[in-house]
Ligand binder design. Structure first.
Ligand SMILES: Cc1ncc(COP(=O)(O)O)c(C=O)c1O
Length: 381
């Protein structure tokens, strides 16, 4: 049997044809494909605006910048995420504070976040960055209520969750990144994610002002908005310090064909998740699915006592499971600037046991059966 990774991209002939056509067209970057991808993505998640960027890390950076985060200002996020969810705050000189996760959903705990906010004076924090970890949507209606009570903004790190959704208390469906409850949503198009662009990302919002700011920061802070008849066609202004965080037409062409397959991919991911759950029920703990949530399943995470043992054993079987994540406050950079453990017990317990099993649409039933058999044989001793 071939090696089984924990995740992989799915590229077909349609994807290849789309990229080749773009290579033969007039624009390699900043042509029609970028706008087409933005429009289709915005429509897919149900947001008014989408800004394509070269990766989600850049997207998170311009998101906190557009929301006006200043040096020394404080933002809360989860330790169980990729470092970029926290690093964006550091990029602008802000302070990262971590609240704990829920032990069953592995998402940023609303109660822990509330407790942290209420333990400090009013105005102490500026924002919250919850993460749709593993593809499970955060209930943003509840985070919005908390944020409103304390005048905070919310950025949804939806990198794991294009195609996921939750149902709010009115019965309305909210696709991850629709920016109805969050101010901004951010997605990643790294190859292990649902939509592979090589590198890539998307930032979504419903605010015209934020959209304009995000678009400006993506491209050097340059605009042609003030062009008049007295100016030549070359006229432009650099109005603020921005970046080159642009996605290319080549990547966008791939993003468009990948997006078209996303619902099918997410459905297959859920099928795989249900097969794992059926096999592990009552024997192995896995991520809980709260009522009204549809998990986009970037990952399928289980908890086992001898995590290192299982990880090493699976490798001998050519099954390349992965660990998501080393808690961010445990990474040397964050340790060195004083973020040692404190009250993050659930995150640390979770980290001691978590392991992500293979999860991607092209995983075959036979391969998954082999993974299940090996996991159960290890756990049952
Ligand atoms: C939760 C989360 N946020 C942000 C990122 C950063 O994404 P990118 O690699 O596109 O910069 C990742 C990537 O792994 C991620 O998993």
């Amino acid at each position: 049997m071939r090696a089984i990774p924990y995740g992989r991209q799915h590229i077909d002939e349609k994807d290849i044809d789309a990229v080749v056509s773009t290579l033969k067209a007039d624009f390699l970057t900043q042509g029609p494909k970028v706008k087409e991808f933005e429009d289709k993505f915005a429509e897919y998640v149900g947001a008014k605006y989408a800004v394509a960027v070269n990766n989600a890390t850049s997207g998170l950076h311009i998101a906190v910048s557009a929301l006006g985060l200043k040096p020394g200002e404080r933002v809360i996020t989860t330790p169980i995420t990729f470092a970029a969810s926290a690093n964006c705050v550091r990029f602008v000189g802000g302070e990262v504070w971590f609240a704990d996760i829920d032990p069953d959903t592995y998402l940023l705990s609303l109660e822990s976040t509330k407790k942290l906010i209420e333990s400090k004076p009013k105005g102490f924090f500026k924002g919250i960055i919850p993460v749709d970890f593993a593809g499970l949507p955060v209930n943003l209606e509840k985070f919005r209520e908390l944020a409103n009570a304390h005048n905070l903004w919310v950025i949804e790190d939806a990198c794991h969750a294009p195609g996921g959704y939750f149902i709010d208390s009115k019965g309305d469906k909210h696709m991850c990144g629709n920016a109805n409850y969050a101010n901004i949503g951010v997605f990643s198009f790294h190859p292990v994610k649902h939509i592979a662009c090589g590198e890539g990302g998307m930032v979504t919002t419903n605010s015209e002002a934020l959209y304009k700011k995000l678009a400006s920061l993506r491209t050097h802070g340059i605009t042609k908005d003030n062009m008049s008849e007295n100016h030549g066609g070359w006229f432009y202004e650099m109005q603020e310090l921005g970046y080159n965080y642009r996605l290319t037409d080549i990547q966008s062409a791939l993003g468009i064909t990948q997006l078209a397959k996303n619902n099918k991919g997410v459905a297959r991911r859920n099928e795989i998740a249900n097969t794992y759950k059926k096999a592990f029920k009552g024997k192995i703990k896995y991520q809980d699915l709260p009522k009204g949530a549809y998990n986009a399943h970037h990952l399928f995470v289980i908890e086992v006592e001898d995590r290192k043992g299982l990880y090493d054993f699976l490798r001998t079987q050519h099954i390349y499971a992965q660990i998501h994540y080393i808690p961010v406050h445990k990474l040397p950079y964050y340790k060195d600037i004083g973020y040692e453990s404190a009250a993050l017990r659930n995150s640390e317990t979770y980290y001691s046991k978590c392991i992500s099993l293979p999860m991607y649409p092209s995983l075959t039933d036979e391969e998954q059966g082999f993974v299940i058999e090996k996991v159960l044989s290890f756990v049952n001793g």
